[in-house]
Write a protein that binds this ligand. Structure first.
Ligand code: SAM
Length: 283
């Protein structure tokens, strides 16, 4: 019988958040694959877990996943833990899960802490529709593309950031998205947990005086439908009626439908649009 992979979520700060099921699983598996064995040993010692550990991180994830899959094929049960929180959420895990699926090995997940969900619930921003961005890419071109996509995003956006890059990221978000509401969630579940509902502009002035410290999740308000509509209106206002008609016709609309749409966009009557295009008095 092959073994199984258990994805085990571990605390993001407060050890009281370790679930009994994760403790039992870490005690009973044959091997724990940990992102940072030096950090995880403290967690395991705290809970009296003596299972042996092996490292599984960003830089060995491909070869190590093959090794772990082989162990499971031979009947061993393996648990995966990341440095903190839920494995595979901005942490290595994905590759191992894919390889297990490819090898027909059962994977199960033991849910628990994740900084993004904890932050979302505390943000005071809409939790009805949200998207998780994780860390913004460091590559300039890739980042510019993601920021352009985020500008139009109407769902609440969750972003991870390290303290030394916080100000730069807030500045880049401000530049790309304009000023928006953002809730800065710092040191979640820890002694100095701080939730700061603010805006990009205010946050940037605040961090001119204060040095960012600790771990952060940024919860950014999505673009509102009203904002989208205002932008749409503004773009029509900079066009002439002829340009506005051409915009729809070049997009494949017939002229009758385009005229109806232009009239609707501009809050005008169809005959007024007709008069401009065909010259007044020709109706
Ligand atoms: N797997 C983790 C999870 O489930 O949230 C995320 C790991 S990712 C490498 C680390 C980032 O998560 C940090 O840079 C920070 O943005 C966020 N994070 C982790 N713990 C946090 C905490 N206690 N408070 C605020 N943010 C935290």
């Amino acid at each position: 019988m092959p073994g199984m992979l258990y994805l085990c979520a571990t605390p993001i700060g407060n050890l009281g958040d370790m679930t009994p099921r994760v403790v039992e699983t870490l005690q009973s598996v044959d091997l724990i694959a940990a992102e940072d064995t030096r950090n995880s040993i403290k967690l395991l010692n705290h809970f009296g877990i003596r299972t042996s550990m092996t490292s599984y991180h960003e830089y060995n994830k491909v070869e190590k996943a093959d090794y772990l899959v082989e162990q499971m094929r031979q009947g061993k049960n393996v648990a995966l833990i990341s440095d903190a929180g839920t494995p595979a959420i901005s942490d290595p895990g994905e590759v191992l899960v894919q390889k297990c699926q490819g090898a027909g090995i059962t994977v199960t997940s033991l849910p628990g802490p994740a900084a993004c969900i904890t932050a979302l619930t505390l943000s005071g921003l809409s939790a009805r529709r949200f998207c998780f961005e994780g860390f913004l890419p460091s590559d300039k071109k890739e980042k510019a593309q993601i920021l352009a996509e985020l500008k139009e995003e109407s769902r609440t956006i969750l972003i991870y950031e390290a303290p030394h890059r916080l100000v730069r990221t807030l500045g880049e978000l401000y530049g790309a998205l304009g000023d928006r509401r953002v809730t800065l969630c710092r040191e979640l579940t820890k002694r100095f947990e701080t939730i700061l509902p603010t805006t990009f502009g205010e946050a940037l002035s605040y961090y001119e005086r204060e040095e960012p410290r600790g771990e952060y999740v940024l919860v950014v308000e999505g673009k509102s439908l009203r904002q989208k509509e205002e932008e749409r209106q503004a773009s029509w206002q900079s066009m002439t009626i002829e340009e506005h008609m051409a915009f729809y016709e070049e997009g494949g609309m017939d002229s009758k439908t385009a005229m109806k749409q232009v009239a609707k966009d501009r809050g005008m009557a169809k005959r007024e649009i007709y008069a401009v295009i065909h010259g007044a008095g020709m109706q």
